[in-house]
Design a protein around this ligand. Structure first.
Ligand code: ARG
Length: 567
């Protein structure tokens, strides 16, 4: 709402100068750092150069134009080169609260993405290998971006591009044939397969034959050998079950699970096009595309004819373009793959598909650290992601036991709170930054955490539960008070916050906003009693609290976090 007012002030003044002076201007409209100066300010000095008139002239002219066009403005106070504007806070507040109350979970929605489709490629674990911490980050960031983009009116397609193709399957099969007992494995496939995979990687170091055998075994899968294809399918299914457990806990799903294997028979046209365009160069038996002096060449075909990661990604991007006709394709993948995506775009550009190349965006993210070192699911310093989530759930349960031992549905609530701790902690800082993983910090109800937000929402819920109030009868004079209007302003900016998160592909924008909103509310609550005698004041306080809860819940949803009613 304030954003909208700022916008209309800008266009009104720009139109005025165009109509009356035939000049194009770029009017700046900002919010003063110090709210006592005003709610909105227009610095007039930026116009000096374009209009070449005395500053005082410009200031009084702007004042006049605004006073005439904006009844919502209560006062205009020029201070030096600034035109400071005080809004009619009562009117703004009533409008914002009414919007929130009537729109409910549609509050903050927009249509900036109308008729546009975004394809999101995220999670994408490598089957038969461990589901890594990086894949967990990709899952949470991708899921949140999907929800944020949907909120802005985009059509989304979420794709789990499973790493279900490659020599690791040959390796698995060799390991099973060497040491495995199918009946044993079937009892606990994920663990047994995991152990076999670790063992063969160890033995490979001393036995160069293993690599060769694995390649041969994978070649058999590629060539369609029924027995090997059967084994590949089985390993794929079993590993997917492990990922599904994590997806279930996180409440995440996908529109498509077309992984790398899906593109095995779809690469020929791309390779042919590269060939026809004269881009494919022979290099020691392999086929490469040269990408100039600044980038290493892209390896498209190995000397044994096998294709590579980038070849499959090329096939995939063409297939998806045809299938979904997307406007943007986001790849939520760790920063280590920067080169891969630069090369992918590089090859597309060379092929003459500049539009397609520019619609690709690598949504990179940083590392998760444990005691300053990269946290790995393989090295044994933390065993399994599922266990991490379970630990967070346990820690939340302990907090609940301490604070609210008689709570019903403890298990279910502890799950939501524990998962929220991990997810919020991941999303609260800009994704490209590394962060330190500390379970005890992230579950705290009183830190900058997911549980803190849930707790604030629950607190409001329990206050409002016992009170009757009417959001149409408000004591408007209260909105002049700073701690009231602060919250109104924050609520008013929810929509532009969501839009910015979509624009920057940054869930952290919403996470930070929610922390500020919750803090403002908790401060408000320390100053005001909600359930007071005076019915109008009560209505006002309750409506404000109600709108805050609704916004926190909706913001949490956009981060992929479920809110709770009690905790
Ligand atoms: N499976 C890959 C990995 O774990 C990530 C895939 C990312 N998506 C893509 N289209 N390349 O490294």
């Amino acid at each position: 709402m304030i954003e909208e007012i700022k916008h209309s002030i800008k266009s009104c003044l720009e139109k005025y100068y165009l109509d009356n002076y035939q000049v194009e201007t770029n009017i700046i409209v900002e919010e003063p750092k110090n709210p006592a100066m005003g709610d909105i300010a227009v610095p007039a000095f930026s116009l000096l150069k374009t209009l070449k008139r005395p500053l005082s002239d410009l200031v009084s002219e702007i004042k006049e134009v605004l006073a005439k066009n904006f009844p919502i403005i209560k006062e205009i106070n020029p201070t030096g080169p600034f035109v400071n504007i005080l809004l009619n806070k009562e009117e703004v507040a009533v409008e914002v609260l009414q919007q929130a109350v009537s729109l409910k979970d549609k509050f903050g929605s927009s249509q900036i993405g109308k008729d546009k489709t975004v394809v999101l490629d995220y999670s994408s674990p490598n089957i038969a290998k461990a589901f890594s911490v990086g894949h967990l980050r990709s899952t949470m960031i991708g899921n949140s971006l999907k929800l944020i983009l949907q909120k802005c009116g985009y059509k989304t397609v979420s794709i789990n591009y499973l790493g279900d193709w490659g020599t690791q399957f040959g390796k698995m099969i060799v390991a099973i044939e060497k040491w495995g007992n199918l009946a044993e494995i079937a009892k606990d496939p994920i663990n047994e397969l995991g152990k076999l995979y670790v063992r063969i990687n160890d033995e490979e170091k001393n036995d160069p034959q293993i690599a060769e055998l694995s390649r041969e075994a994978f070649k058999k899968i590629e060539d369609g050998d029924p027995k090997y294809v059967e084994m590949w399918k089985w390993i794929r299914e079993e590993s997917l079950k492990e990922s599904s457990e994590i997806y279930k806990l996180l409440n995440v799903d996908f529109d498509s699970y077309n992984g790398e294997a899906f593109y095995n028979d779809k690469m020929t046209p791309v390779v042919n096009e590269l060939e026809e365009k004269g881009l494919l160069v022979e290099d020691q038996g392999a086929k490469i595309v040269n990408l100039g002096d600044d980038l290493p060449p892209a390896l498209i075909k190995r000397s044994d004819g096998g294709t590579l990661y980038i070849t499959r990604d090329l096939a995939a991007v063409f297939w998806r373009k045809k299938e979904y006709n997307f406007d943007k394709a986001l790849y939520v993948v760790g920063g280590e793959q920067k080169l891969h995506f630069t090369q992918l775009k590089g090859v597309l550009n060379k092929m003459g598909h500049a539009d397609l190349a520019s619609s690709i965006e690598h949504i990179n993210f940083g590392l998760v650290l444990k005691d300053g070192k990269k946290m790995s699911t393989r090295k044994g310093n933390v065993v399994k992601l599922y266990d991490i989530l379970m630990q967070a759930i346990e820690a939340s349960k302990a907090q609940i036991e301490e604070k609210n031992p008689n709570l019903e549905n403890k298990e279910e609530i502890a799950r939501k709170v524990g998962v929220s701790a991990v997810v919020f902690n991941d999303l609260k800082n800009f994704r490209a930054l590394d962060y330190e993983f500390d379970i005890n910090q992230m579950v705290k109800f009183d830190g900058l955490t997911g549980p803190y937000l849930q707790y604030t929402s629950v607190r409001i819920n329990s206050i409002l539960n016992s009170i009757q109030f009417d959001s149409n009868q408000l004591e408007q004079s209260l909105f002049i008070k700073a701690h009231y209007f602060e919250i109104v302003k924050q609520l008013a900016s929810f929509k532009s916050v969501v839009e910015r998160a979509a624009d920057e592909y940054a869930p952290s924008v919403i996470a930070k906003y929610l922390l500020t909103l919750a803090q403002s509310f908790n401060k408000f609550y320390s100053l005001e009693k909600i359930n007071v005698e005076d019915q109008l004041v009560k209505n006002t306080n309750c409506t404000l609290a109600y709108a805050v809860r609704l916004t926190i819940n909706e913001g949490l949803r956009l981060l992929g976090i479920e809110y709770v009613d009690k905790m």
